[in-house]
Design a protein around this ligand. Structure first.
Ligand code: PBG
Length: 333
């Protein structure tokens, strides 16, 4: 589009004369109803364990999760995304699909006490595996291998147990091939055909997940996640991953991380026109917090501008650790 010369009378400044006029012509809005707050649950009562690299983020016991979620709900944040930190880890991630697992317990409490809150659960095995990988590991002389297909059954079981406990939506983040189909099949078979899946569809192998692994206690004990997460340079592959998840039954697709991958977000939204989520991940949060603590940036302005940029790039939904702060700032105007 080249307006110059075509419309000689066009003067951009005319539309910037007042705040009311700027609002009338504003193309992108950010509001609390588009935000999702991630929460980390562990066993106990009155537990609020701070995380070194993520100021304001805690490992919380279920009673504290309820308090935090209630606060978010009152600020207009409609949804939370739950991650679990089990007491015990093993080689088959038993804690992930245990009926009395920590996520299942938190879901039951939240849905009982705060039924209007949308409860989304992260479906992955890494927090529950002793080795910290997202799938079943086979050790051999040539090294460790993640077994894709046997992992699918455990993921499907995990998702079904979350929904059984009352989860409104499941969000598989493992990046095994075929997991959305496996989960969809399991939920349908168990009578949960109406429960949607938000898939981490374009999830990159990213250094921006560093602080999260401290919170979730899910740092791989050996190797990395490059055999299942995507290379940072691959945009076409991201589109193929998203297409596949949609074919397999994903209702919402996610791009992760957010700020460094806005081009991916834009392409996913324009290519598929699906409800699209962006996950502003742990290091994105940590960087803002660190710079703000040093007085180098205006935390509120930088946060709101970043979230708005994600919306402009195509995000319908933004998962962010700053959800409550942003909701409060938006309310203050
Ligand atoms: C689990 C998972 C991760 C994140 C969300 N789900 C970590 C990873 O893949 O290592 C990262 C979120 C964040 O950094 O905030 N697979």
């Amino acid at each position: 589009m080249n307006f110059v010369g075509q419309f000689p009378a066009y003067r951009p400044r005319r539309l910037r004369q007042s705040a009311a006029l700027r609002r009338l012509v504003s193309e992108t809005q950010l509001n609390a109803a588009q935000l999702v707050l991630p929460l980390f649950v562990r066993s106990g009562r009155k537990v609020r364990r701070p995380i070194q690299a993520m100021p304001g983020v805690f490992q919380l016991s279920p009673d504290e999760i309820l308090r935090e979620a209630t606060r978010a709900h009152h600020l207009g944040v409609p949804a939370v995304l739950l991650f679990g930190i089990p007491d015990k880890k093993d080689a088959k991630a038993s804690g992930a699909y245990a009926a009395k697992g920590i996520v299942q317990e938190a879901v039951r409490l939240l849905k009982k006490e705060l039924p209007q809150l949308l409860v989304i659960t992260d479906v992955c095995l890494c927090e529950y595996m002793e080795h910290g990988h997202c799938g079943i590991v086979q050790q051999s002389r040539s090294g460790a291998k993640i077994l894709n297909d046997p992992t699918l059954r455990l993921l499907a079981r995990t998702a079904a147990s979350h929904v059984e406990a009352g989860a409104d939506m499941v969000a598989p983040s493992d990046m095994m091939d075929g997991r959305v189909r496996a989960i969809r099949g399991q939920l349908d078979a168990d009578g949960f055909a109406e429960t949607p899946i938000m898939s981490y569809a374009a999830k990159f192998a990213s250094a921006f997940y560093g602080p999260f692994r401290e919170v979730a206690e899910s740092t791989p004990k050996f190797g990395d996640r490059r055999s299942y997460q995507m290379d940072a340079g691959n945009a076409e592959e991201a589109l193929r991953e998203v297409a596949l998840d949609i074919q397999e039954g994903a209702d919402i697709v996610m791009v992760k991380p957010a700020l460094a991958y806005l081009d991916i977000l834009y392409r996913v939204k324009t290519e598929f026109g699906y409800p699209t989520a962006a996950y502003a991940v742990s290091a994105e949060h940590a960087m803002v917090k660190a710079a703000a603590a040093n007085g180098w940036i205006d935390e509120r302005a930088v946060t709101l501008e970043s979230l708005l940029a994600m919306r402009r790039a195509g995000a319908d939904i933004i998962i962010t650790y700053a959800a409550m702060d942003a909701a409060r700032w938006l309310k203050e105007g």
